[in-house]
Ligand binder design. Structure first.
Ligand SMILES: NC(=O)c1ccc[n+]([C@@H]2O[C@H](COP(=O)([O-])OP(=O)(O)OC[C@H]3O[C@@H](n4cnc5c(N)ncnc54)[C@H](OP(=O)(O)O)[C@@H]3O)[C@@H](O)[C@H]2O)c1
Length: 236
């Protein structure tokens, strides 16, 4: 399969790329930090057999006002995608009362508007696949009725918006043969978690989440449409 993964320079996205590379998938890896992204792509290519990983260093903020630039970049590598994985995200933890609208907007830009715009850009590529899939990464905080944590209002709300977009697009894309689903991850021991909650131990490694994620990207989505799957070993 031809799979575009955003946020592949580190954390869960990098681990997903490595595990998919070991299954000979063709990967297009997007993130801003070029040296780390190229290192992940090199590791993928060392692991992969028939597949190949291409690093596409890019700040997804660019697609909000100049979408054509990313389309041109992607066209240099492929004319078709089977799976788009919207994994890149931004967590800012601070009390609601202290957020400025600009700070809130930055979180929503990364967690809602960039994934939404990337789906729009990738639609022609996905429509050329016999069976295509969009997988949006949300969070347990975006699940209605789940435990909520102080400081995560913008993060959880922006992921909640992405969750509802998932349901809406699943309906709208039915005739295009593009399935749209979301995974709501619980805490995973990545740099994002360590930066936001220093000292917190999640009990789930990127490798463990990456293993589930790989299965979902390769198989899981085929039996679902418009669903958000909580991926967490605690309740609520
Ligand atoms: N870790 C958790 O506990 C947890 C729990 C629930 C959900 N999630 C979600 O899972 C996903 C991955 O999380 P993670 O913990 O692996 O996060 P992470 O370690 O912070 O990695 C985030 C990735 O997103 C990329 N990224 C951020 N902004 C970008 C932009 N403007 N353009 C391009 N790439 C950008 C970063 O790369 P560059 O900095 O190189 O651009 C990085 O590769 C996120 O959507 C997160 O919200 C994580």
């Amino acid at each position: 399969m031809r799979i575009l993964i955003t946020g592949a320079s580190r954390g869960i996205g990098a681990e997903l790329a490595l595990q998919l590379a070991a299954e000979d998938q063709h990967l297009f890896l997007v993130a801003r930090t070029e040296d780390r992204l190229r290192e992940v792509a090199n590791q993928c290519n060392a692991l992969g057999g028939a597949g190949a990983a291409v690093a596409v260093p890019y700040d997804l903020a660019g697609i909000l006002d100049k979408p054509a630039g990313f389309t041109t970049l992607l066209e240099q590598h492929t004319d078709c995608l089977d799976v788009l994985v919207n994994n890149a995200g931004l967590l800012v933890s601070k009390p609601f009362a202290t957020f400025t609208p600009a700070e809130e907007r930055r979180v929503f830009d990364t967690n809602y508007f960039m994934p939404a715009q990337l789906i729009r850009i990738c639609m022609p590529f996905l429509e050329r696949s016999a069976a295509a899939s969009v997988i949006n990464v949300t969070s347990m905080g975006a699940v209605q009725g789940s435990a909520k944590f102080p400081g995560l209002s913008a993060y959880s709300s922006s992921k909640g918006a992405l969750a509802i977009l998932t349901e809406c697009l699943a309906e709208e894309f039915k005739t295009l043969n593009i399935k749209v689903n979301a995974l709501a991850f619980g805490a995973v021991q990545t740099e994002m978690l360590e930066e936001a909650f220093p000292g917190l131990q999640s009990g789930t490694s990127p490798q463990e989440m990456g293993s589930f994620f790989k299965w979902f990207v390769m198989e899981g989505w085929r039996r679902m449409n418009g669903k958000m799957l909580p991926v967490s070993d605690s309740t609520p």
